[in-house]
Design a protein around this ligand. Structure first.
Ligand SMILES: C[S@@+](CC[C@H](N)C(=O)[O-])C[C@H]1O[C@@H](n2cnc3c(N)ncnc32)[C@H](O)[C@@H]1O
Length: 282
């Protein structure tokens, strides 16, 4: 069989997925790890070959700056996956899946369907790297090559997504890269595709787009010399919870401090308004 070479995205928004893989690879090496993602190191090794050393050093330094909060976030989403499956969700859709490998590493049931939506340049890197490993997913894994600003609904349905089955929709650091109009459009579309008892989690957090780490993130994404796209946007006091209720979801706010209290790793307490709006489709 001929293997396709992995094309490493060295700039553009897909590069952010490599940063998260660096974080997951680091966590997986720890004795006190919160999760194990054995394929993260394969993505990191393959990505490093596509970067010049100076740029790669900047990627690693940036991953360091985001590590503490982001790695705990991965563990919380692992927990959300299990909760959703126990509650009867038969499908999980990852919006901006990046280099996520939960279809492989969480021992998910064989009846479950996981749909990974992301851009073509992301999968041009991810799929060859996965193909070179011996791993196989334990559930049905579907690659959905689509731009969330375009007609991803049709692509998802064409691939086999069933809107009559309760679904868990996961945004783990991706929707913030769309502007607010697109963000809302994505949520409206997934709402239409959601059977009763489907789940969605919307982050409520603050970021300072002018902080050094977000400025560096923008520089890396834009390839340093082109106009810089906006940093991910989030506002803690937005009316998103009210809006979700008006379009058909029942919501419950879970603060970051509460969600992380049971973890065997100390975390810095945050503003109690920061956390996740957990939504269930009526
Ligand atoms: C910060 S990464 C997070 C990836 C993954 N959720 C994780 O936690 O590892 C953001 C991801 O969103 C994807 N993304 C950004 N804009 C997108 C769009 N318009 N359509 C599809 N995917 C997009 C990027 O390609 C990237 O993989």
């Amino acid at each position: 069989m001929t293997e396709t070479a992995a094309r490493v995205p060295v700039d553009g928004v897909a590069v952010t997925a490599i940063g998260v893989a660096i974080i997951r690879a680091r966590e997986s090496e720890r004795d006190d790890r919160l999760y194990d993602d054995p394929q993260a190191k394969d993505f990191v090794a393959a990505a490093r070959k596509g970067f010049d050393p100076e740029r790669w050093a900047r990627m690693e330094a940036l991953a360091d700056q985001f590590y503490d909060g982001r790695t705990i976030g991965v563990r919380l989403v692992d927990e959300r996956f299990r909760e959703a499956i126990e509650a009867g969700c038969g499908q999980i859709v990852l919006l901006g899946a990046g280099l996520d490998t939960r279809a492989y590493r969480l021992d998910l049931p064989p009846t479950l369907h996981v749909y990974e939506i992301d851009l073509p340049e992301l999968f041009a890197f991810k799929e060859p790297v996965l193909a070179a490993t011996a791993a196989t997913p334990t559930c049905h894994r579907h690659v959905v090559i689509a731009d969330l600003r375009e007609n991803w609904r049709k692509t998802l349905l064409d691939i086999g997504f069933d809107p009559t089955v309760p679904t868990c929709w996961v945004d783990e650091g991706s929707l913030g890269y769309l502007n607010q109009d697109w963000n809302r459009q994505v949520v409206l579309t997934l709402t239409e595709l959601s059977a009763p008892a489907s789940r969605f989690g919307a982050g409520r957090m603050t970021i300072d787009p002018e902080s050094p780490r977000y400025r560096e993130l923008r520089r890396l994404v834009s390839g340093d010399d082109t106009p810089q796209p906006p940093a991910p946007t989030h506002t803690p006091d937005s009316d998103i919870e009210h809006w979700l209720n008006t379009i058909g979801w029942t919501t419950e706010f879970r603060s970051w401090n509460d969600m992380t209290a049971h973890l065997p790793r100390p975390t810095t307490p945050l503003d109690p308004r920061i956390g996740t709006i957990a939504a269930i489709r009526r």
